[in-house]
Design a protein around this ligand. Structure first.
Ligand code: HEM
Length: 399
């Protein structure tokens, strides 16, 4: 990119490797940016991204949150994430009912036991001189185990469900299309939940979250089986990749800023803030798209009804007007203005759970090791236009 060219290409692998210089230029030079080739607008300043999240009437989720406006049949698969109020509120009111703070907090002990089990196995492998991959052996497993426990995916099915949820995110360098194998994985996942709900109906519905969704009722309204299936599908993708990437991003940036990691070693009570600063500094959910519902002028640009708009969360979290020294990783800063979990009606339903999983996993990991190391060359990044983080993280432990 030369000094005069400014391109935001959400498919470019260079951009995935380090999006932050592009974000900075966008905030400074083109706060309402249009990509003529791909046909979308992008907003990058914190104030604008937050306002768009809050204004669901103007910035609609009806066509999904990916760059491509998807047909209704596909957005339906995204459940509440592909809906606007009032339908969104009707369904969210039902699911929120089984997602309360009290229920999430009650999960801490179970999550800790899972984390201890995985960390112990990492340490055993390390002592036996076997290679360890932080993602393959731990961070890529626990979030899906937690969701699987919640929604009732049996142990023997978890590997394949996780595999499909991961494969759905695969993209090919230089291509703007969703590759056939990724498409097939999403079909498999959808079919799996369809069969699961059908079985529940036939055999009696049990007592896990899927069963609670099937039974839940607010003001006389129940979820249809189709609603339940698409919500289970959304849960399995929304709460899996993002949390996995958060954990590995925390380890990655901890090593890049060793004085910050040292603070955590000295004072483990800071682990929650380690999670918060990682979410701000390098969020696993980088870009969410909307469809504009009316013409609007923004930063002297004319945006038209029907245009696709990228909300650059990763950029908003680095906005210097909100976060002093925004490009510094500082676990003791006030992270409260971050937009990592969105804002407004679509605010992440799993935010409390993600924070809990992040803190507990990192606490148990740091309790078990005196230090860890990774080689930059050994890391493989995910190439996806929404999610940011690593696919693999081979590490060595000092225990
Ligand atoms: C680090 C982890 C996570 C991040 C960064 C994250 C981020 C987000 C963001 C930015 C949104 C708003 C999307 C929008 O406005 O279009 C969202 C929505 C959502 N998230 Fe998360 N999420 C995480 C973990 C989870 C977990 C663990 C779950 C569930 C188990 C979950 C379930 C959902 C659901 C159901 C929605 C849709 C809410 C709605 O449309 O009303 N997320 N998430």
């Amino acid at each position: 990119m030369t000094a005069t060219e400014l391109e935001l290409n959400p498919y470019a692998w260079d951009f995935h490797n380090d999006p932050y210089p592009t974000y900075k230029r966008l905030r400074e030079e083109a706060p309402a940016y249009h990509n003529d080739r791909l046909g979308f607008w992008a907003i990058s300043r914190h104030e604008d991204v937050e306002a768009a999240f809050r204004d669901w009437k103007m910035y609609s989720n009806k066509d999904g949150v990916a760059l491509e406006a998807l047909p209704q049949s596909v957005t339906k698969m995204m459940s509440i994430l592909g809906m606007d109020p009032p339908l969104h509120n009707d369904i969210r009111r039902i699911v929120v009912h089984v997602f309360t703070a009290k229920q999430m907090d009650a999960m801490e002990e179970g999550i800790r036991q899972m984390a201890v089990k995985y960390v112990r196995s990492l340490v055993d492998k390390s002592k036996a001189g076997e290679p360890i991959d932080f993602i393959e052996d731990f961070a890529g497993r626990l979030p899906m185990d937690v969701i699987s426990d919640m929604i009732g995916v049996p142990k023997e099915d978890r590997d394949k469900v996780r595999e499909w949820a991961n494969t759905m995110m695969d993209r090919v360098d230089g291509s703007e299309e969703i590759p056939p194998h990724a498409m097939q994985a999403s079909i498999n996942l959808l079919m799996y939940f369809t069969e699961m709900v059908k079985c529940r109906r036939e055999k009696g519905i049990g007592d896990d979250l899927a069963a609670k969704f099937m039974r839940a009722e607010v003001e006389g309204k129940k979820l249809s089986d189709e609603d339940v299936i698409s919500f289970l599908f959304l849960m399995s993708i929304a709460g899996n990749e993002t949390t996995t990437k958060l954990l590995a991003n925390a380890l990655y940036w901890g090593k890049k800023f060793p004085e910050q990691l040292e603070k955590i070693k000295q004072n483990p009570a800071l682990t929650g803030q380690w999670v918060e600063e990682t979410l701000r500094f390098d969020n696993s959910s980088q870009i969410l798209y909307r469809t504009l519902m009316e013409d609007v002028v923004l930063h002297e640009k004319q945006l038209k009804k029907g245009d696709r708009i990228a909300l650059l969360v990763g950029s908003a979290n680095r906005d210097e007007t909100v976060f002093e020294h925004a490009d510094e990783y500082d676990i003791e800063r006030d992270c409260s203005p971050t937009l990592s979990f969105g804002k407004g009606v679509h605010f992440c339903l799993g935010a409390r759970l993600a924070r809990l999983e992040g803190r507990v996993c990192l606490e148990e990991f740091m309790k078990a090791v005196t230090d860890y190391h990774y080689e930059e060359d050994g890391l493989i990044r995910i190439h996806n236009s929404n999610v940011r983080g690593f696919l693999n993280m081979p590490i060595k432990l000092e225990v």
